[in-house]
Design a protein around this ligand. Structure first.
Ligand SMILES: C[S@@+](CC[C@H](N)C(=O)[O-])C[C@H]1O[C@@H](n2cnc3c(N)ncnc32)[C@H](O)[C@@H]1O
Length: 222
C-alpha cells in the first residue's frame, strides 16, 4: 500500500470531487513520490465516473535539491515517518532524496490506472518540453491539451520553485481550474496567492497543510 507523506488527503479528494462538471478533466501533480496524491486525485475522478487523464511529474533519481525556504535560526532536520532524525553513514544530517526504486513502487501500485502518464522530469524540464501543450492519447485520438483543470503542487517547497510552477499553470488554466498547494507553511504562500489573484485565482479552502485556489468562473470573487 502506497503512503502519502503529508496530510489533508481527504480535502484533496473533496476539492477534486467538487470541481465544476465537465466532459473531461486533465489533472497533474508535481512531485509524485510513492503516488498517494496522484492516487487520491485519480481514484476520486474514477469513482465519480468522470473522464480524465492524469500526468505525474517527478525526476526521482536521488536528486538533491532545496526542499524549503531557508529561514533564519531554523535548520531543517529530516525525519522518518515516526519523527526520528535521519543521519548519513558519516554521521552528518541526512537530506532526503527520492530514488528510482521509489518510482517502481509507484508504478506497481498504479497498474490499474490506465489514464495516466508519468513524466520522469523535474518541473523545469517538463515546462521546457511541454510549454506548447501536451499530447494525450485516448479513445483512438491524439488530443493536444494546452490547459489543465487541476494541479497539485507537491514538489520542491521553496517560494521560488512554487511561484514559477504556479505562473506556468496560471496561463494554462480555464475558469474553474483548481490549484492545490501542499506544505504551505514552508514557503511564502501569501506571495503566491497574491500573484495568482492577477490571474483570477481565489482561495476556496484551507486545511492544516494544504490550500486550494480556484480560477473564477466568469465573475470576480471577493
Ligand atoms: C513531498 S514529495 C511528494 C509527495 C506526494 N505528492 C504524496 O502526496 O505522497 C516531493 C517529491 O518531489 C519530487 N521533486 C523534487 N524536485 C522536483 C522538481 N524540481 N520537479 C518535480 N518534482 C520534484 C521528489 O522527487 C519527491 O518525489
Amino acid at each position: 500500500m502506497i503512503k502519502g507523506d503529508s496530510g489533508d488527503y481527504n480535502l484533496l479528494a473533496k476539492w477534486v470531487g467538487e470541481m465544476n462538471p465537465k466532459e473531461f478533466y486533465l489533472t497533474l501533480e508535481i512531485g509524485v513520490r510513492e503516488g498517494y496524491g496522484s492516487y487520491v486525485i485519480m481514484d476520486t475522478l474514477k469513482k465519480l465516473n468522470r473522464d480524465h487523464f492524469h500526468i505525474g511529474v517527478d525526476p526521482y533519481g536521488d536528486i538533491t535539491y532545496q526542499h524549503v525556504d531557508p529561514r533564519e535560526g531554523m535548520v531543517p532536520r529530516w525525519t522518518d515517518f515516526d519523527g526520528n532524525v535521519l543521519y548519513n553513514e558519516d554521521g552528518s544530517f541526512k537530506t532526503p532524496t527520492y530514488p528510482n526504486s521509489m518510482k517502481q513502487t509507484f508504478l506497481s501500485a498504479f497498474k490499474h490506472h490506465e489514464n495516466f502518464m508519468l513524466c520522469q522530469l523535474d518541473d523545469y524540464e517538463f515546462f521546457n518540453s511541454f510549454g506548447h501543450g501536451v499530447p494525450v492519447y485516448r479513445k483512438g485520438q491524439k488530443v493536444f491539451m494546452t490547459t489543465y483543470d487541476f494541479v497539485h503542487f507537491d514538489g520542491p517547497h521553496t517560494t521560488k520553485a512554487v511561484l514559477s510552477e504556479a505562473l506556468f499553470f496560471a496561463v494554462r488554466s480555464n475558469p474553474g481550474t483548481r490549484f492545490v498547494f501542499d506544505d504551505v507553511d514552508t514557503y511564502d504562500f501569501k506571495l503566491i496567492q497574491d500573484a495568482l489573484s492577477y490571474y483570477d485565482f481565489y482561495l476556496i479552502g484551507s486545511g492544516e497543510q494544504k490550500k486550494c485556489l480556484e480560477k473564477a468562473s466568469g465573475y470576480k470573487k471577493q
